[in-house]
Design a protein around this ligand. Structure first.
Ligand SMILES: [Cu+2]
Length: 128
């Protein structure tokens, strides 16, 4: 009986570790929608290194354009037109706050905040 319990506890630990590893590299999805707030979530916080993907769930084209691309400062990303049912992905952004909008519909606005790995490292310490 003791052997069975020990195996059960061991398997439990292994199973807990698999989902944690999956969360680390998880794609962060932002939906493009036809009504406010248009980009859902409108304010997104993503740990550095996590890919970010915008999914166009509407019937028209949209863009994901960093504000700096229009102000001629740093242009961190500009998707170009993303057709219906298509996506735009970013694999890496430096930590910082990135306001963005749709070139075709300037009312569509969102903000991505990419945070330092310290935050997720802190979470790992609590779990272990
Ligand atoms: Cu749009």
């Amino acid at each position: 009986m003791r052997m069975v319990s020990a195996v059960g506890v061991f398997c439990g630990i292994v199973l807990l570790r698999i989902p944690l590893a999956a969360v680390e590299s998880q794609v962060y999805h932002i939906a493009m929608e036809g009504s406010a707030p248009y980009y859902t979530p409108e304010l997104a916080t993503v740990p550095v290194g996590n890919p970010i993907q915008w999914d166009n769930q509407t019937a028209t084209d949209h863009t994901v354009t960093h504000k700096g691309c229009l102000t001629k400062k740093t242009c961190a990303f500009d998707s170009g037109s993303v057709p219906p049912r298509k996506s735009f992905s970013l694999s890496f952004l430096q930590p910082g706050t990135y306001p963005y909008y749709c070139r075709l519909h300037p009312l569509m606005r969102g903000t991505i905040t990419v945070i330092e790995p310290k935050v997720s490292a802190g979470r790992m310490k609590i779990i272990e």
